[in-house]
Design a protein around this ligand. Structure first.
Ligand code: PMP
Length: 492
């Protein structure tokens, strides 16, 4: 079992061990009946005293997560699981946990699945705001009229009718495409992966915003890329810092979320979009324009997409439908041109021979009808109300040391805390209250910064948001107060 200890953190070593084991249990990495290392083994492995480990084990035992059997050892025992259900002689897979992986952020996604009461960590849309019933009816209708949809491969590039429908849909958003330069992907996550596996190899340079979308970081890391970062301000990526970086390191890819940037919510003005395209042209690199939610604006429509400003085929545009329609359908599109497109199409064939036809067909009637635009209008209204609840609670209850960016669209509010606060640790406190948020550290590709956090307002309803954000404010206030008390103590 791999337990990471931070020695100069504010949180005690016992607590760190306790929380680390608890997180492993809750995310199902430690299975029922698995034997934990002995106190002696663990203290040696992570370099802490025996007492520190004993205390952590005692707390876990008191709370019913583990049990010590004299002469045998300490075993995982999930609460609510009866003694009688335990199997004798369960195999220990502990060795598997000692194998390091290179996807730390991807692992974090497992924690989203923990049934917390108030989820403010993942920017999914509240299912009640999506047209599930309508899609369900379409699926029924399609299956009864055309059951062959289940027994056929679709086109690798994606269903032609859907590509045509997406062209019309994107036209309304000033994204110029044709059915021939659209590739249907399994969500935009697959779009990022296809670009990475096609154009990025070990040691190639990729430029990303800092902070950025965590799901993209691990994809490029997984390819062995060297990631360089450019900070983000209220207008998105700091283009003034980009030129030098590109001149010096010649990146293969610049990855950006220019509209309602994840996690900060910033919108990049047209001037910067054009500057990035100029830089891409001068360094002959590709730009991934990731656009999960430009439809979700609360004031005016965001500026034109980068792909619409691109004359030379540098931009690979990704539009996911998860934030606006149906994440369960796993549909997104990638738009690119020339040989870049052809090579991505080949990568899609290697990856999965095409996305499932059933879900592609199911969404066509909705996105081609007037319902789609009506739905988006309602979605914007509902999410604006939720954003405003979060902003209101923050302005009433957050400590004065905390600041945030007011997003004019998207799904998240990004909070900046005093630099000495570590939101990885505060998350543990929040989880004790059955609340999650996204700690900022997951969004930084290189130098991890720990004093940020992201609150997503898209999944919970207003009362849950109110309760969750108030509790987070409380946790922040307590952490700040205790630091102030400590600093003013005569012993420090
Ligand atoms: N890009 C960004 C910026 C995202 O926020 C997300 C989802 N949170 C994705 C890509 C992946 O979304 P999907 O694959 O569901 O389209």
């Amino acid at each position: 079992m791999h337990i990471e200890i931070q020695r100069n953190a504010d949180i005690s070593l016992t607590k760190q061990i306790y929380h680390s084991i608890l997180d492993h249990i809750r995310s199902d990495l430690l299975e029922e009946d698995l034997q934990l290392p002995s106190v002696r083994e663990l203290s040696k492995q992570i370099g802490v005293s025996l007492v520190t480990v004993v205390k952590a084990y005692q707390k876990l035992e008191q709370e019913g997560y583990i049990t010590s059997v004299q002469g045998k050892g300490t075993f995982i025992r999930k609460t609510n699981i009866k003694e009688a259900e335990k199997k004798e002689g369960a195999i220990s897979y502990d060795w598997q946990l000692s194998i390091q992986d290179y996807l730390p952020r991807s692992q974090f996604a497992r924690f989203h699945q923990v049934p917390e009461k108030i989820h403010l960590s993942s920017s999914m849309i509240d299912p009640g705001l999506l047209p599930n019933r309508y899609l369900e009816q379409e699926i029924h209708k399609m299956l009864s009229e055309n059951p062959k949809v289940l027994s056929q491969y679709g086109e690798i590039q994606g269903d032609k009718e859907l590509r045509q429908a997406m062209v019309e849909y994107l036209k309304r958003m000033d994204v110029p495409t044709t059915p021939d330069n659209i590739l249907v992907t399994s969500g935009s996550q697959q779009g990022i992966d296809l670009v990475a596996r096609t154009f990025v190899g070990p040691g190639d340079v990729v430029v990303m915003e800092a902070p950025t979308y965590p799901g993209a970081i691990d994809v490029f890391r997984g390819r062995g890329a060297t990631i360089l970062t450019v900070p983000v301000d209220s207008d998105g990526m700091r283009v003034d810092l980009l030129q030098n970086l590109c001149d010096k390191y010649k990146p293969k890819i610049i990855y950006t979320v220019p509209t309602f940037h994840n996690p900060t919510g910033a919108v990049m003005p047209t001037k910067r979009r054009r500057q990035i395209l100029e830089i891409a042209k001068s360094t002959q690199c590709l730009v991934i324009e990731d656009d999960p939610c430009s439809e979700i604006y609360f004031e005016r429509k965001p500026p034109a997409s980068m792909i619409s400003l691109d004359q030379d085929g540098h931009v690979i545009y990704l539009k996911g439908l998860s934030k606006i329609l149906a994440p369960g359908c796993r549909i997104g599109i990638l738009a690119a041109s020339g040989s870049i497109f052809k090579r991505l199409l080949a990568a899609k064939a290697n990856a999965d021979l095409g996305s499932p036809l059933l879900t592609q067909k199911a969404i066509i009637p909705f996105i081609t009808s007037k319902r789609m635009m009506d739905h988006l209008k309602k979605l914007r209204t509902a999410l604006k109300i939720r954003r405003d609840v979060v902003l209101e609670i923050l302005s009433q209850h957050s400590p004065k040391e905390v600041s945030w960016f007011v997003p004019k669209g998207g799904l998240n509010v990004w909070l900046t805390l005093p630099f000495w606060l570590n939101t990885d640790h505060l998350l543990l406190e929040a989880k004790n209250e059955q609340i999650t948020f996204l700690p900022g550290s997951t969004c930084f590709p290189t130098n991890q910064e720990n004093h940020y956090l992201r609150i997503s307002f898209s999944y919970m309803n207003e009362p849950q948001l109110e309760q969750g954000v108030k509790t987070i404010c409380n946790i922040l206030q307590l952490a700040i107060d205790s630091k102030i008390k400590q600093d003013s103590s005569p012993y420090f």
